[in-house]
Design a binder for this molecule. Structure first.
Ligand SMILES: O=C(O)[C@H](O)[C@@H](O)[C@H](O)[C@H](O)COP(=O)(O)O
Length: 269
């Protein structure tokens, strides 16, 4: 009998799980617990932890309770970090998501080696297609090795959401919303500056073990409600629905989740 593909999209995606915390500080604390649980599960399964992150307000909230811990909960040597989206600028540019993550997070973790952080190839900045393909190759190496796999299965992907409902660099109405083949794609007409970027596509987002949106503050209310209460609108963020056994989580504070009618779940690991 042919082996069952672990990420064959045969079942319906699980409904989103919404957590709401008193404050963004509390959110950061629980997010750290969640990341550590994902790390431990991943190490037990495959002896490494693959994480992808975005830019925006996320890196700061992520770092808050992960750096400077004294409980030995973090196994930094097992981490392999990717960017769910990146801007096509040099890595030391203020618009670079790598630079932001470096300032807020990586530079505070001396145990993390540079080789564990997968950045874009700066020598290819002039050619978005080539740069995107080269970044995809880094995913292929990390997830497929010598075997062919249909899709990479990240242990955890952390995402933000913009005021237009975009996530990664997947914007409303853009042709990349229907991309089915590439794992990483270039975009040169991003409505949010800077215009030239690369982004993970849905085939990557929707095959992860866990994807979590991290949303704090009143400014997220409207889009959170639209995503959870009106998925039929098809906003880019609400299209992130990992195939079983993957799960999608929304980590919010009460300010962000004030208006959604969607049922909140009790946070447990
Ligand atoms: O490269 C980007 O444009 C960001 O990664 C973007 O996708 C971000 O996650 C959202 O715009 C939310 O940003 P905030 O968290 O700052 O609101």
């Amino acid at each position: 009998m042919a082996p069952i593909e672990p990420n064959a999209p045969s079942q319906k995606p699980a409904p989103p799980i919404l957590y709401s915390f008193d404050s963004s500080d509390d959110l950061s604390k629980k997010l750290a617990d969640f990341v550590i649980k994902a790390q431990n599960d991943a190490i037990e399964r495959r002896n490494k932890f693959t994480l992808a992150t975005s830019g925006g307000s996320l890196p700061k909230m992520l770092a808050k309770y992960l750096v400077g811990r004294t409980d030995n909960a973090l196994r930094w040597d097992k981490w392999e970090i990717f960017f769910a989206d990146e801007r096509l600028v040099p890595l030391d540019h203020e618009d670079s998501n790598y630079q932001l993550c470096h300032q807020e997070f990586f530079s505070k973790v001396p145990e993390l080696k540079r080789s564990q952080i997968h950045t874009i190839d700066e020598s290819l900045l002039d050619d978005a297609e080539e740069l995107s393909d080269a970044y995809e190759k880094q995913l292929v190496q990390a997830f497929a090795g010598k075997e062919a796999v249909r899709n990479p299965v990240f242990d955890l992907i952390l995402l933000g959401m913009g005021p237009d409902g975009h996530t990664c660099s997947l914007f409303p109405g853009h042709e990349l919303l229907t991309e089915q083949d590439r794992w990483v794609a270039p975009i040169e007409d991003s409505p949010k500056p800077p215009p030239r970027r690369i982004t993970f596509t849905y085939p990557v987002l929707n095959h992860a073990h866990r994807v979590a949106f991290v949303l704090a503050g009143e400014g997220k209310q409207e889009m959170l409600s639209k995503c959870l209460d009106q998925p039929e609108l098809g906003l880019p963020a609400s299209r992130v629905r990992p195939s079983p056994p993957g799960d999608i989580y929304y980590f919010t504070d009460h300010a962000a989740s004030k208006t959604t009618q969607y049922a909140k779940s009790e946070f447990k690991l």
